[in-house]
Write a protein that binds this ligand. Structure first.
Ligand code: FAD
Ligand code: DHB
Length: 384
């Protein structure tokens, strides 16, 4: 079997790449180890930057996103007994974010690929990358797929990054001493906008998916397990952290999903080796506080699509050779922003009183200075 681009992973990166390549007349095969049902149900990100929305709409897969997505023009920072709005319409006029579940993006992309006769293989076993630097090919479940180029879109725990020989990649990473417990609940959001809360008990985030479904996250110890968090405990802790301003009541409901996500930052450079190109979480991950992971994956894929289109049009390799450098500028800006948001809003166990004062001082600055608030806003909605 032969294709132009062999894509490992049917997450947002792999699926969008396959779709954008198809629009340019470039063939691809997507190999995914999980079932279609599993990837369509996997609850993760929810905040799409304007540039991500534009990319999906321009690619013809934004119809449901425009209909069902929730446009947001601000977020609330809540701490010290008060809420403070970061007003995008004032700070970054004309730019906003859209709340739309990652698994909905994945569903829309799978539907579009299958409608166009695209080749996505679900539940494939033992995908392996071979000779990425000369005549690349993939093997899986006893089959062989020859390709001109391989795109490693298989997330942080995939096989593509480890296929790069030792010594080629420089790795930069940071583990945080806490995790996020995320839940989905069948209940109307208690707030129109997202609330990022810092309390002495830890961080909490109130997000949403629709007028009838809310999404919440709680800072929990790094070794927390879902079993430690029965529903009553989750609601009690969310109330303790979010009902920290006068007059705010959190409405509770049936919890339909619960999971623990480690908090980690990671970058592997360069994002390419021979004819293997890494995109999305396969190359870099950020702690979720800045809502950047999915948006970075989409940005990588935009760059890779242009580079591959030039390569398949006339054999030019300039854009492909510059792929990693072109992506890493944005990646590092997002790394810094995610680190900054995480540091600003979480409680650190080993934190001394001095560090705590600095944190509160910075929160006061961000919520009182237009310059500081603009820094947050322009990074949050996404830099051009
Ligand atoms: P993935 O979505 O991980 O997809 C990789 C795919 O490859 C998967 O389907 C996997 O099954 C498959 N795969 C793995 N190994 C193999 C293999 N060996 N063979 C074949 N297939 C394989 N980002 C945001 O932008 N905004 C947010 O609000 C946000 N919130 C988040 C909240 C949580 C709780 C979490 C966990 C993440 C959040 N993120 C957010 C990050 C975002 O979800 C990821 O950055 C995004 O999923 C990256 O997409 P990807 O396609 O690169 O990787
Ligand atoms: C969501 C996730 C995030 O990481 C974030 O910063 C904001 C919202 C969400 O899943 O809705």
């Amino acid at each position: 079997m032969r294709t132009q681009v062999g894509i490992i992973g049917a997450g947002p990166a792999g699926l969008l790449l396959s779709h954008l390549l198809h629009l340019r007349g470039i063939s691809s095969v997507v190999l995914e180890k999980r079932s279609r049902d599993y990837v369509e149900r996997r609850v993760r990100a929810g905040v799409l930057e304007q540039g991500t929305v534009d990319t999906l709409v321009e690619a013809g897969v934004g119809e449901r996103l425009l209909r069902e997505g929730l446009p947001h023009h601000g977020i609330e920072l809540r701490y010290g007994g008060a809420g403070h709005r970061i007003a995008f319409e004032k700070l970054v006029p004309g730019r906003s974010i859209t709340v739309y579940g990652q698994q909905e993006v994945v569903k829309d992309l799978i539907a579009a690929r299958l409608a166009a006769g695209g080749d996505i293989r679900f539940e494939v076993e033992d995908v392996e990358v071979h000779s990425p630097d000369s005549g690349p090919y993939l093997t899986f479940g006893g089959e062989r797929l020859d390709c001109d180029v391989i795109a490693g879109c298989d997330g942080f725990h995939g096989v593509s990054r480890p296929a790069i020989p030792e010594g080629v990649l420089s790795v930069y990473e940071r583990d945080y001493p806490f995790a996020w417990l995320g839940i989905l609940a069948r209940v109307a959001p208690s707030s129109e906008e997202l609330i990022y809360t810092r309390t002495e008990r830890g961080f909490a985030l109130h997000s949403m998916r629709s007028p009838t479904v809310s999404r919440f996250y709680l800072q929990v110890p790094a070794d927390a397990r879902v079993e430690d968090w029965p529903d009553e405990r989750v609601w009690a802790e969310l109330k303790a952290r979010l009902e920290s301003v006068p007059g705010f009541t959190l409405t509770t409901g049936e919890i339909t999903e619960k999971g623990v996500t480690p908090m980690r930052a990671f970058v592997a450079e360069p994002m390419q080796y021979g004819r293997l190109y890494l995109a999305g979480d396969a190359a870099h991950i950020v702690p979720p506080t800045g809502a950047k992971g999915l948006n970075l994956a989409v940005a990588d894929v935009r760059v890779l699509t242009e580079a591959l289109a030039a390569y398949f049009a006339d054999g030019s390799t300039g854009l492909l050779d510059g792929y990693s450098d072109a992506c890493l500028k944005r990646v590092w800006r997002a790394q810094h922003f995610s680190w900054w948001m995480t540091t600003l809003l979480h409680t650190f166990e080993d934190e001394d009183p001095y560090a705590r004062r600095l944190q509160l001082s910075y929160l006061d600055y961000v919520t009182s200075s237009e310059a500081a608030a603009t820094t947050l806003a322009e990074n949050y909605v996404g830099l051009p």
